[in-house]
Design a protein around this ligand. Structure first.
Ligand code: HEC
Length: 128
């Protein structure tokens, strides 16, 4: 093996080690909504900043503002408030008995997402 080859090999290994060192695999940072350790439900929960993004990601594809699946319309504040206040929103996402478990076919949403929605409901489903 000549010197040039050794230098090339060292460069390749060096680059690989460098790339590995930058690899970021903290689940709670990559998937903030699944953060088990820090789930901030202090203060008043904002519908637009906290609740709507969860519902948009997990519910709105089937529950549009008009003609949603199972006659449950969502996709805007007025609709989300209705199922928030009548108990169907939390009943379905917490898989409580007597409710059809949601998101359909998607498994239970994270406990933090559930806690955020529960707090928004106990705050009175504010449009904030
Ligand atoms: C893949 C499509 C799909 C997704 C995603 C989905 N739903 Fe549904 N949802 C349905 C269907 C279909 C029904 C009607 C089920 C039935 O009648 O058996 C339904 C029914 C419901 C009901 C009525 C339940 C009851 O007990 O009366 C609620 C409330 C509901 N969904 C809320 C949600 C929420 C909240 C989300 C997001 C977390 C969600 N859904 C995500 C398809 C979906």
């Amino acid at each position: 093996m000549n010197r040039k080859r050794i230098v090339y090999l060292m460069l390749i290994f060096g680059t690989l080690i460098f790339i590995n060192a930058c690899y970021y695999d903290k689940a709670e940072l990559l998937y903030p909504s699944n953060a088990g350790a820090t789930c901030d439900t202090t203060g008043v929960i904002s519908y637009s900043a906290r609740v709507a993004p969860i519902l948009r990601a997990q519910c709105y594809s089937c529950h549009s503002a008009t003609g949603g699946s199972g006659n449950i319309n969502m996709s805007n504040y007025a609709n989300d408030k209705i199922i928030g206040l009548n108990g169907k929103l939390y009943g379905s996402i917490s898989h409580a008995s007597g409710y059809i478990p949601m998101p359909q076919g998607g498994g239970l949403m994270s406990s933090c997402d559930q806690a955020v929605i529960k707090k928004w409901i106990t705050n009175g489903c504010l449009n904030n």
